[in-house]
Design a protein around this ligand. Sequence first.
Ligand SMILES: [Zn+2]
Length: 250
Amino acid sequence: MALLLRIDVDKPFGHHALLPKLASKLSEETNWPLRWVQPYLPHCHAMIRMLDDAGISAFFYFRRCTAPSAATLQLLADGGHQWGFHAEDTRSFESFERELRFFENLVGQPVQHFTKHGSGQLKLGKHHYAPYEPDRYREWAQQLGIRYFSGNGTPASAAELGAAEPGWWPQCFWLERHYRHPQLNQLEQLVAAAATQDVVMLAHPETWYTYRQVADDMQALIWLMTTQQVKWKRDLTAPHTTAQKTAPAV
Ligand SMILES: [Zn+2]
């Protein structure tokens, strides 16, 4: 049993200062990754390095405007992290597939799994289709032979945090406190749940990089996971992490 760390990369330059905020907004509104503007994805690179130091492999998801550069892909590969697509234009199967293929062309590699940007309440930018419709995404994933394994729901109990069926977690524990449910909002509850079943936690590098409390919670989580000897899940196909000891790095 283990904790899968899902990381949605929403901001191309972060939002830790005025210039990164403006550059991120420009890139989001033009819907184009400005990968030649440096430092690109500084918050994401810092988070990858922090996880590498802690010996943790995670699952990163990138929007079209945060498409990983060659340097990012190298960092991810070096750390044994997995990555996929963070979908925005989900108004139809056709628009989803168009955006997915555009992203794959940008990155130069096929996508194996994806997550959805936004949880339905807010329109997050000019090109974002706000409705959150996980059942449709699951169908589309099946059609394309890729995986949609992690939804954006907020669980009220450890039971809701677990997989609804093998390979499908509709809800996740959020690193950002204001997204957690009042009845399931302690890191200790998350780690206890991960000790008995596979569960997903969602983090965003821009908030981790910007807000002290988010970074502190991440450190506290790593400490809890270590002291309670709960494993980090690093392979979607493995039922739990006891298989990790013999499995090659992914
Ligand atoms: Zn997002």
